[in-house]
Design a protein around this ligand. Sequence first.
Ligand code: SF4
Ligand code: FES
Length: 362
Amino acid sequence: MSVIPAPMGLIAELTHRCPLQCAYCSNPLEMVAPREELTTAQWLRVIDEAADIGILQLHLTGGEPMARPDLPKIVAHAAARGLYTNLITSGVLLTDAAMADLLTTGIDHIQLSFQGAEASAADSMGGYKGGHARKLDAARRIREAGLTLTTNFVIHRRNIADLPAMLAMGENLGSDRIEIAHTQYYGWALKNRAALLPTREQLERATTQVEAARERLMGRVVIDYVVPDYYAERPKACMGGWGRLFIHLLPSGKALPCHAAETIPGISFASVRDTSLAEVWQNDPAFNRFRATGWMPEPCKSCDRREIDWGGCRCQALALLGDASATDPVCDRSPDHPIMAELVAQSSDSALALVPRRLRGG
Ligand code: SF4
Ligand code: FES
């Protein structure tokens, strides 16, 4: 059997614990309890295995990865093994002391997420009073430490009108990169889709505002823009293709090709507790299930874009069509594409209450 080239990155969900409760979270509805999390020693062993098979990047996420007291140990170990370390955090736990600890580790990059530009609305979405102010302090600490800063804003119909203020805030905080990401509808966000999906007019205005900011900040700040699938004509190459670039680890050690793969029925996933990363990557049937193009149905099978978007997102095909092996209905070449317009038409209620993210669905 041919050898699969090494993955580029390991995405490590260190914990599903999080002080925030954002209704747009893409974590699963059934999250991993703290007692089920990998131990420090297990994470360090997994990082060794990642380095041994040639993985280059470690993305530390959650939940809130800073809720793990052993985070500095994990980052330091990864840095010592030559991995590029990227911490994705809400920043509310990034105190002076925590920053000092992190700076001893050799961390490369911090991505700081904001719920908006205006404190009370942002705190309300996060369910954490004073959270926005703590994030502003965290951004200042990151800049003072001389680390590269990405500020991340997730937008949806309730905060999209503040986009110009978010762009200005990202600039004023000294971001090297600003990521404006339309909500991706998985996990809690999927549950809240009807209340979060923007209108087409909102989307078009936001896109124009992002393009203007890109022009204005060219050469100074990079602006990434993640567009909403529901208005697209071509799907995203989810994860850069199933089993192609990334291994995604749950806090329990379960190894997935993408963060939502567990929603797909009939597939079982190995755990790094008892299977090596190398074995998972090369031989796990779950990673081979939708790898490359052999699994594809028409119209993907004979499409000129099949090695560009890899048929889109398997988990979205499952969520919207009930069939993970179908062409992602975001694609206008899919016979199921008309469902997208129907979903948009049903998802336009600003008055709907949001269901906040809670551990164990509580
Ligand atoms: Fe991509 Fe399949 Fe659509 Fe072609 S038909 S553009 S491969 S999703
Ligand atoms: Fe699973 Fe896209 S989230 S393939």
